[in-house]
Design a protein around this ligand. Structure first.
Ligand SMILES: Nc1nc2c(ncn2[C@@H]2O[C@H](COP(=O)(O)OP(=O)(O)OP(=O)(O)O)[C@@H](O)[C@H]2O)c(=O)[nH]1
Ligand SMILES: [Mg+2]
Length: 202
């Protein structure tokens, strides 16, 4: 039902004056370093190498923008994705960490085009204090939030449903508000796209 027509890199930015000019509603992917943000963008665009991913936390160090043309039913949409550096990466200096923090919060606070923030949680690890802090911050900023639990493939099938239920409870969300995802097993593609397009076209 969901078909990706095209996906392309737009630009890299570190501060507001480098953000691309408005074109389409924007979706930002936030989460811990190494949680799988860039992999999720690759999976959602059906391009294995659109964004660089890595085993080493701290791979993404700037804001990276991508445009995606997507078709659902007979309707075509263009959506802009913003891949953000992860938070909670310990192996950088304090000053570097605060630079990252500034880069991310400047974007989340000021970006007008930003319509949905996808908060990515590791399904196995569960929400960390950093995740809770970010979710609180986003709620206070009145941002539209979508929670996606990724790396669900790492859990045996029988444990997935109870795990998602527990995650939803921890986050004080209804069960259906937490979408299960796996970049490696390609799970959750339709669910995430449907939720995104439903929100963006509401
Ligand atoms: N098993 C499994 N591994 C995944 C999944 N998604 C990502 N990974 C792995 O997790 C690691 C980190 O992935 P990235 O997509 O680079 O993570 P990121 O959140 O963009 O990381 P930073 O840019 O450092 O913040 C890589 O080794 C990926 O292959 C998934 O759904 N399942
Ligand atoms: Mg990344």
């Amino acid at each position: 039902m969901i078909k990706i027509l095209d996906a392309r890199f737009v630009t890299t930015a570190v501060e507001p004056k480098g953000y691309p000019t408005s074109l389409a509603p924007e979706v930002a992917f936030v989460g811990r370093s190494n949680v799988g943000k860039s992999s999720m963008i690759n999976a959602l665009t059906g391009r294995r190498k659109l964004v660089r991913v890595s085993n080493t936390p701290g791979r993404t160090r700037t804001l990276n923008f991508f445009d995606v043309d997507v078709e659902r039913g007979t309707k075509r949409h263009t959506v802009r994705f913003a891949d953000l550096p992860g938070y909670g990466f310990a192996k950088v200096s304090k000053s570097e960490r605060s630079e990252w923090q500034k880069m991310i919060t400047a974007y989340l606070e000021k970006r007008r085009d930003l319509k949905v923030v996808v908060s990515i949680i590791d399904a196995e690890v569960g929400p960390t204090p950093d995740d809770f802090q970010t979710l609180d911050y986003l709620q206070e900023s009145n941002r539209q939030i979508m929670v996606v639990a990724t790396k669900i493939d790492r859990l045996p099938k029988a444990r997935r449903k109870p795990r998602l239920q527990a995650l939803a409870e921890e986050l004080s969300l209804p069960r259906e508000a937490v979408i299960a995802f796996s970049a490696t097993e390609k799970l959750g593609f339709d669910e995430v796209w449907d939720a995104l397009l439903n929100t963006l076209t509401a």
